[in-house]
Each structure stands twice: as structure tokens, then as C-alpha cells.
Design a protein around this ligand. Structure first.
Ligand SMILES: Cc1cc2nc3c(=O)[nH]c(=O)nc-3n(C[C@H](O)[C@H](O)[C@H](O)COP(=O)(O)OP(=O)(O)OC[C@H]3O[C@@H](n4cnc5c(N)ncnc54)[C@H](O)[C@@H]3O)c2cc1C
Length: 574
């Protein structure tokens, strides 16, 4: 049995877990600084969810003038971001990101990203929700695909070592530091140890906690759970973004860029209902506002049967749709059988993004020395209670680079880590997995997973209240009990995907519990967190970040004040 073999232990200066945009950007910077860097990914790097990003990346390049001829600036970008966040974002972190943005996009262009262009040859920018200026740089509606391929090529060029199809199962702590991790090689089922001076988590979001989600199936929040189990707190986990326009039925994303290009929302009375909810910004109000509006229209009987509204692009014309939204047209034709050139697209809100995550500072440092986080798994709090479209791609690339710089500084002069703790953890992880595989009968893993997703959507969705959330928490507790008896039928060690789903489910249940507790305790409505029993924002008590710790297997919540700055909290109007 593999469990009896001595675990293989690999030694590198630096281990990056995750090969999406944040992991790759960091790896490139680390490698350029001379650190022997390796990247672990549970899928082939180009299958990371970043590849699916459609609409674009924000930067105040000012290539397209605003409404009254005014020019964009990093301050305007920061203002939109802080207002969009419903004032929960830390304003110093927002400043770092917005100042860094123009440099980030130009650097990507120089690395080889093929952005769409204006007639004058400058990088094109489209309007996006909640933004005062057309600020979102894009490559048609396949921006993530373009950027991820660019960074992957750059990483290959530097001969960075990839451990592809390795699933990380645990972080290793030794002497008060993170000194590595353990990962299953999917091909053989063997657990390997990785010893390093530092570990960067760049493992993406946890959208698959929800039944209706735009996220890739791999977005199960493993890294977020790993950090929590290693003693690092999670921040603002109650804030889940629901994207207003996902394709009815499959919930594949229909980019905000479609409304940025002029697309309009209609209810079943053929009304542009956004006039009622956001008289100035209309369809380009921020996502929390538009998602709530659609749900309210449907609840009031002004949606279409099954629960959707229409997104109409037909007035944009065939040429414009073909040039700017080719991917969206293809998705609508392949998955809904309609052509947006001639027919409106049926859309409904779906889970899209995790604003909360691993608590980090502006340099991507966690409270555990040697452990860092960047990208969607991290919460440096640039998005607060609601993220603006186009700011996530920016965050991944900008903070991917900045966290690498912090790591280079912090690891200078550190000796290579001892491998003993990593080796013994790899052995105990192998044993744990052998025990799981050895179970002959028990609960069906996929039934628990489906119940979990439905519970999250139903009880912790767009609208929340105490009674339902308490019921949801009881359901989650019952699912956890069932999980203790879970088993997998497939006993193979070679590419055992069921085993990986089981390990993911363990993490998902933990994160669901944290999310639920955090949502219940926040007795106000802010950004994406809408409490029908507490409809107002309550700055007196909740202008604060939720921090969730795992102490003696129990979730312990505390609050930390938001770092304000240039922008005083006021009521949001769009
Ligand atoms: C459909 C869609 C469209 C989007 N469009 C936009 C957009 O236009 N603009 C914008 O700003 N944002 C957009 N977003 C959000 C944005 O794309 C993501 O937030 C961002 O790409 C996340 O990047 P990341 O580097 O943090 O992680 P990801 O790209 O999600 O990568 C995570 C990596 O972690 C690895 N991993 C995870 N767990 C493990 C484990 N246990 N062991 C080993 N490896 C592991 C995975 O293999 C993967 O390589 C979109 C999101 C979606 C879902």
C-alpha cells in the first residue's frame, strides 16, 4: 500500500499553491528575484478559473473620456471602489490597488496580452457597473483567457517548476512558522511533502458552495479552509457576490460587459425596471443593486416563468456583438439555443464571487509567519461588502506582484527549512486518506454536496433573515454529522476524482459554517449582505470586519474596525 512507503519530500525556496492569475504573477516575480519557486495546482494551470474571466480589468488609463469630457484618475477609481464596497473596504488597501492599476495593465501588455484597441491604437476601455468612467480594459469578452495564457507563457519561459494535478491537503506549521505543505499526486494517489521558506496561497474562491454559481467546479475554497485550520483567521466571509446576469438554467456568466456595451434589462411587462432602482446608473449600477432589483421584480410577478428577466442586446447590431461579445453570443447559442443578435437573453442572478477570505494585510502577509495569500482566496479588503466588476482581475495581478515582493524581503537570509515536520505530516495525511478510502459503507458524498449547495442558496442567498439562517445552520450541522460517515465507492489510487471531491467537501462544510455564523451575527444590510430583518446599514456597530477563528474546533467571531481614509461613509446612491 502507498501508505507504507516513505513520503517523497521536495524542497524549494518558495511554494505557490494555485496557478491562476495571482499565483502565476507572484511566481514570475519570485523567480525573477532569484528564488527557486514551484507552483502546485490541482488542475492543469490553464484550467484555473481565471481563464473564464470575460469582461475585463480596471485601470484608470483615461483612454476614453467620461460623460462630460472629464478624465479618469486613480482617485476616481478609489472612490468608486470604496463606494461600491459600501464603505467596508480598507481605504489604504484600495489606494495601493488603484495606484498600481495603470502600471499593471501596461506591464501585461508588454508581456504579450492582446487587449482590444480603440481606433487610435490605445487600449480600449468599456464602462462597467458602479464606475464613473469607462475604465475596464478588455480583450473582447475573453480577457481572463488572454491574461492567463500570457502569464503561463512567461512562467514557462522562466522554467518555473509546476506540480500539476497535485491536490494540497494540509499546511505544515513548525516552530511558529509555515514551512510547507502536503499534496496528493492525483496520478498515483501518493501524498508528497513540500518544504519551503514560505508558502503562498493563491487558490481562488469558494463559489461552488452554492447551487447556482458561475464558478468553475474546482472553486471549492480549499486554500481558505487550509489557512483556517492552520490557525489563520478568515475575514468578512458573509459577503458573497451574486452576479445579476447569469444564463437562466445553467448559470453560465453573461458578462457585465454586455451591459457595458449598451445591453438593457427588461421585465415581463417590457419595462426597463432599473429606472425604478437606480435612476441614474440604470443597468450599470453595482452588482448588489442590480441583483436585488431582478429578484424583487421576479418576486413581484414581473419576471418570466421559472424566474428570469431579459437582457436585450439586439439594438447593438450584429457587427458590434460579433466584435465585442463573441464569447457571449456563442454561450447563448450553445447553451440557450438563442442568438443575441436577434433575441434577448434570459438571465437570473447567481453566485459569482467571494469577497471574504484569508485575512491578509496590504502586503499579502497572514498572521502566521511564512504564510501568504493573494487573489480571490485572500481578503486584503479592497472589495469590502461588494466588489466592482473588473477589480478582481486587477487585484490578482497587482497583489500577486506585491505579495511576491514582500516574500522576497521577508525570506532574505532564512535558512532552508528542516524537512522533518513536512515528512511526518505527509505520512499522517497519507494515513488519513487511507482510512477514508478504507471505509466500506456510509453516506453518499454527492448527496451531501448537493444538499449543501441547495442549503446555501436557499438560506444564505441574496436575501437573508435570522429565522431562515438559524434553520440553515441546523441543516448545515446535520450535513456535518452525515459527513462524519461519508464514504467513496471508488477505491482506486489512480486519478480518484471521488476522493478529491470528498476532501473538497470537507473544506466546503467548514467554510459554509463560518459563512453562516458570520452572516447571522451581522445584524445590518451592507453591500451584498441583505438582511430583510435589518434593512439599514448600521455604521455605529458594523463598520467593522468580521474575523473568524477556529479555536478548539469551534468558530469564534470577533470584529476589527475598517481603516477609513479619504472617503467618509455616506449613503450610496446610483
Ligand atoms: C465566469 C467568471 C468571469 C469573471 N470575469 C471577471 C472579469 O471580467 N473581471 C474581473 O475582474 N473578474 C472576473 N471574475 C473574477 C476573477 O476571474 C477571479 O476572481 C480571479 O480570476 C481569481 O483568480 P485567482 O488567481 O485568485 O484564482 P483562480 O484563477 O481561481 O485559480 C485558483 C488556483 O488554485 C488551484 N487550487 C485550488 N485549490 C487547490 C488545492 N487544494 N491544491 C492545489 N491547487 C489548488 C487551482 O488549481 C487553480 O490553479 C470572473 C469570475 C468568473 C467565475
Amino acid at each position: 500500500m502507498a501508505g507504507r512507503a516513505e513520503a517523497a519530500v521536495h524542497r524549494h525556496d518558495m511554494v505557490v499553491i494555485g496557478a491562476g492569475l495571482s499565483g502565476l504573477r507572484a511566481a514570475i516575480e519570485l523567480s525573477d528575484a532569484g528564488l527557486d519557486t514551484t507552483v502546485i495546482s490541482k488542475v492543469l494551470p490553464l484550467r484555473s478559473h481565471s481563464v473564464a474571466a470575460q469582461g475585463g480589468i480596471n485601470a484608470s488609463l483615461g483612454n476614453v473620456a467620461g460623460e462630460d469630457g472629464a478624465m479618469d484618475s486613480w482617485e476616481a477609481h478609489a472612490y468608486d471602489t470604496v463606494k461600491g464596497s459600501d464603505y467596508l473596504a480598507d481605504q489604504d488597501a484600495v489606494e495601493v490597488m488603484c495606484r498600481e492599476a495603470p502600471r499593471t495593465v501596461i506591464e501585461l501588455e508588454h508581456m504579450g496580452t492582446v487587449f482590444s484597441r480603440l481606433e487610435n491604437g490605445y487600449i480600449a476601455q468599456r464602462p462597467f457597473g458602479g464606475a464613473m468612467f469607462p475604465r475596464t480594459c478588455y480583450a473582447a469578452d475573453r480577457t481572463g483567457h488572454n491574461i492567463l495564457n500570457t502569464l503561463y507563457e512567461q512562467a514557462l519561459d522562466r522554467e518555473i517548476r509546476f506540480y500539476e494535478e497535485y491536490y494540497t491537503t494540509a499546511l505544515v506549521r513548525d516552530g511558529g512558522r509555515c514551512t510547507g505543505c502536503t499534496a496528493i499526486e492525483l496520478l498515483t494517489g501518493r501524498v508528497h511533502g513540500f518544504a519551503a521558506k514560505a508558502v503562498l496561497l493563491a487558490t481562488g474562491g469558494f463559489g461552488r458552495l452554492y447551487s447556482r454559481s458561475t464558478n468553475a467546479l474546482i472553486n471549492t475554497g480549499d486554500g481558505v479552509a487550509l489557512a483556517l485550520c492552520a490557525g489563520v483567521p478568515l475575514k468578512d466571509m458573509e459577503f458573497i457576490q451574486f452576479h445579476p446576469t447569469t444564463l437562466f438554467g445553467t448559470n453560465i456568466l453573461i458578462t457585465e460587459g454586455a451591459r457595458g456595451e449598451g445591453g438593457r434589462l427588461y421585465n415581463s411587462n417590457n419595462e426597463r425596471f432599473m429606472e425604478r432602482y437606480a435612476p441614474h446608473s440604470l443597468d450599470l449600477a453595482p452588482r448588489d443593486v442590480v441583483a436585488r432589483a431582478i429578484e424583487e421584480e421576479i418576486a413581484a410577478g414581473r419576471g418570466f416563468e421559472g424566474g428570469y428577466v431579459y437582457l436585450d442586446l439586439t439594438h447593438l447590431g450584429a457587427d458590434h456583438i460579433r466584435a465585442r461579445l463573441p464569447g457571449i453570443r456563442q454561450i447563448a447559442m450553445d447553451f440557450a439555443g438563442i442568438d443575441p443578435i436577434t433575441d434577448p437573453i434570459p438571465v437570473q442572478p447567481g453566485q459569482h464571487y467571494s469577497m471574504g477570505g484569508i485575512d491578509v494585510n496590504n502586503r499579502g502577509e497572514t498572521r502566521l509567519p511564512g504564510l501568504y495569500a493573494a487573489g480571490e482566496c485572500a481578503c486584503s479588503s479592497v472589495h469590502g461588502a461588494n466588489r466592482l466588476g473588473g477589480n478582481s482581475l486587477l487585484e490578482t495581478v497587482a497583489f500577486g506582484k506585491l505579495v511576491a515582493r514582500a516574500i522576497v524581503q521577508n525570506t532574505q537570509g532564512l535558512p532552508a527549512p528542516a524537512t522533518d515536520a513536512v515528512r511526518s505530516r505527509a505520512a499522517s495525511e497519507q494515513e488519513r486518506i487511507d482510512v477514508l478510502l478504507g471505509r466500506k459503507t456510509g453516506e453518499n458524498l454527492f448527496a451531501i454536496m448537493d444538499d449543501l449547495k441547495d442549503t446555501m442558496f436557499e438560506y444564505f442567498g441574496i436575501f437573508r433573515d435570522e429565522r431562515h439562517m438559524k434553520e440553515g445552520i441546523s441543516r448545515l450541522e446535520r450535513l456535518q454529522e452525515r459527513f462524519e460517515r461519508v464514504h467513496v465507492k471508488n477505491k482506486s489510487r489512480v486519478f480518484n476524482q471521488a476522493l478529491i471531491r470528498l476532501l473538497e467537501l470537507e473544506d466546503m462544510l467548514l467554510l459554509a459554517a463560518v459563512l453562516a455564523q458570520s452572516a447571522l451575527r451581522r445584524r445590518e444590510s451592507r453591500g451584498s449582505h441583505t438582511r430583510t430583518d435589518f434593512p439599514a446599514r448600521d455604521d455605529e456597530h458594523f463598520l467593522a470586519h468580521t474575523l473568524a477563528h477556529l479555536r478548539d474546533s469551534a468558530i469564534d467571531l470577533e470584529y476589527e474596525p475598517v481603516r477609513l481614509g479619504m472617503f467618509e461613509p455616506t449613503e450610496r446612491e446610483y
